[in-house]
Design a protein around this ligand. Sequence first.
Ligand code: AP5
Ligand code: MG
Length: 217
Amino acid sequence: MNVILLGPPGAGKGTQAEGIVKEFGLVHISTGDMLRAAVKNQTEMGLKAQEYMTAGALVPDEVVIGIVRDRIAEPDVADKGFLLDGFPRTVNQAEELDKVLSSMDKSIDAVINIVVADEELLSRLTGRRICKSCQKPYHVMFKPPKADGVCDDCGGELYQRADDTVETVKNRLDVYHNQTAPLIGYYKNQGVLVDIDGTKTVGEVFTDIENALKAKV
Ligand code: AP5
Ligand code: MG
């Protein structure tokens, strides 16, 4: 099964990805995580991506399309199927993905669109903390770790993302509405879109996604 997680910044894509890949045996491909790793390691791609990410803008299509194309060609993804998180983010990226998949004789089985209003996204993102080692997301109020500043799963140190400030989050929401929201219509036309209410609890949202995906298998 090949699945896309769609939704605005802070909708819960990363949070839900963890359970979905466990339950359905998919490979989690997060372009945001891959780009942050490249920035941290100061690779050529990381150096290119850094200024866009800090400003809350999209990294140019050719960069992200290249990393996704390479990743989905790897054997683990061919065996298990993928869960794309944060890609595609423009209609051009979606069209390129369709071309790559059809050349591999594959297609998208479901697009899970997690719906949350902007006001709630702002408080989710400014209160978010992430594990430096395993990238698991927490929230100071909604999902605190058991021990302050420490990841429950791997004991890694929690940090705040550089783009989770009030100003940058506002930019990211504008970018989402202008450039990414048109994908809702794009995938509705393909008959693969499922809307999920992302304002319920993490567990309830997971159950809704699980049921939607089980109906597709
Ligand atoms: P990316 O890392 O993809 O960030 P994003 O799309 O902005 O999404 P987030 O990771 O911020 O949110 P999320 O939906 O994963 O929410 P989470 O589960 O963490 O991209 C970052 C940047 O990289 C982009 O701005 C761009 O520059 C670049 N980039 C990446 N992909 C690109 C592409 N394809 N093209 C071009 N550029 C690209 O949850 C958020 C918080 O809410 C957490 O604290 C969590 O604990 C809490 N929470 C989650 N669910 C709930 C719930 N149900 N109730 C209460 N709280 C909840
Ligand atoms: Mg994320």
